[in-house]
Write a protein that binds this ligand. Sequence first.
Ligand SMILES: Cc1cc2nc3c(=O)[nH]c(=O)nc-3n(C[C@H](O)[C@H](O)[C@H](O)COP(=O)(O)OP(=O)(O)OC[C@H]3O[C@@H](n4cnc5c(N)ncnc54)[C@H](O)[C@@H]3O)c2cc1C
Length: 416
Amino acid sequence: MHYSIFSVLSQAWKGQTGWTPMWREPQPKRAYDAIIVGGGGHGLATAYYLAKNHGVTNVAVLEKGWIGGGNVGRNTTIIRSNYREPGNLPFYEKSLQLWEGLEQDINYNAMVSQRGVLNLFHSDAQRDAFAYRGNAMRLHGVDATLLDREAVRAMVPTLDLDNARFPIHGGLLQKRGGTVRHDAVAWGYARAADRLGVDIIQNCEVTGIRIVAGAVTGVETTRGFIGAKKLGLAAAGNSSRVAAMAGLRLPIESHVLQAFVSEGIKPLVDTVVTFGAGHFYVSQSDKGGLVFGGSLDGYNSYAQRGNLPMVEDVLEEAVAIMPSLSRLRMLRSWGGIMDMSMDGSPIIDKTDITGLYLNCGWCYGGFKATPASGFCFAHTIANDAPHDLNAAYRLDRFATGHLINEGGAGAQPNLH
Ligand SMILES: Cc1cc2nc3c(=O)[nH]c(=O)nc-3n(C[C@H](O)[C@H](O)[C@H](O)COP(=O)(O)OP(=O)(O)OC[C@H]3O[C@@H](n4cnc5c(N)ncnc54)[C@H](O)[C@@H]3O)c2cc1C
C-alpha cells in the first residue's frame, strides 16, 4: 500500500481495517544472489539500495532477532555531517543529503527533523579546534556557523553560561543536522526493500559461513543452510563474532553505550546540544522526553545493558550545563553494543575471501551514516569495488597506517 493523504483518509473512512503488513514473512529460499547478515539500519538500507540502484533483487536480509532490535532502535537519533577529515566529511554529507530526501524516496514518515546540532566549546583552544572544523566543512560546501556566547544564550536559554564549572564560550552549529525517529528508519527501509522483492527473514541467526576454495558459498543458520554468491556482513556490535565465522580477526572492540529518556515535559530544547568539556548530549523527542547520552561504559561486552556508574556520570554532566534538569525524573535507560574501530572511523570494504564484504566499525556514529552506508555498501557488493565515498574506509588501513583519525584518541576505544 502506498502511504498518502488519500490512503490515510480512506482508512479512516473504513475504520482502519484495510492496512496490510509492512513486509512479508517469507520462508528462506535455498539460495540468493546476495545475503546481508544483520537487519539493522545498515543491512536493510544495503538491501534496499542493492535492489533500487543495482537491480539486484534476489536478496535476503537475515536477522537473528527482530527488525529494529539492535542499535538502529537503541540510538539517540542524531544526524549530522560536522566531520573534519577528508575520508569522513564527503561520506557523512552524502548521508545527510540522503536523509533530506529519504521520506519521499521510501514513502515512509521517518520524522526527519533538521533542528540543528550545536557543539558547545569551553576554552579558547577548543574554539580554535571548532573553527578549524567549521572551516573544513564550509570548504566542502557543508553548512557550519560559529556562534559566540550570546548567540548560544539566545538559542538555548536553559544552558548555564555564567556559573557552570566549564563556562560556555560559544558553539559550532550545523543547522541541517538534527534527529530522525530511529526505529521508523528500520521499518521504512524494510518495507521499501520488501516492495522491491527483498526477503526479510527475522529470527534467523547466522551461525557459520561456508567458504569453498576461497569463495563464499552460503551461510549456516538456525533455519538451515542458505546459499549465496555474495555475503555482506552488517552486524554492528556483533561484527567481530560474525567475521570470526570466516576466520577474520577485526580491528574492532565491542563496548556498551547507554542512552536515557526523561519524563515528558513541555518544549525545553529545540535543537541538539553537545557538551564540549565532557561527553554529554541532549535533544527533546516529539513526545516531550529529553533524550540524552554520554560516553561508553568502558568495558567490553555483548550484553545490551549498561551499569550505574555511567548513569551517575551522564546525569552529573547534564546538570553541570543545564541545572534545571535536576528537577526531572529519568524514565528509561538502555544499552547498545558499539563496534568501536581503532581510529574511530568505519570499515566498508571487500575482503580477501571472494564474495565476502564487510561493513562495521561505526562507533558512536553509525545511525547518521545509515543511508550512505547502505548506498556505498550496496555499490561495493554489486561492483566488487568500493564507491569513491567509501574508498578510504578500507580494512587494510590498519596495516598500512592510512588511518582516518577523527576521534584523535589513538587506539583506545574507551577514550573515543
Ligand atoms: C545508546 C546509543 C546511542 C547512539 N546514538 C547515536 C546517535 O545519536 N547518532 C548516530 O549516528 N549513531 C548513534 N549510535 C550508533 C548507531 O546506533 C549504530 O552505529 C548503528 O545503528 C549500527 O548499525 P545498524 O543500525 O545496522 O546496527 P544494528 O541495528 O545493531 O544491526 C545489526 C543487526 O545484526 C544482527 N545480528 C548480529 N549477529 C547476527 C547473526 N549472527 N545473525 C543474524 N543477525 C545478526 C543484530 O541482531 C542486529 O539487529 C548510538 C548507539 C547506541 C547504542
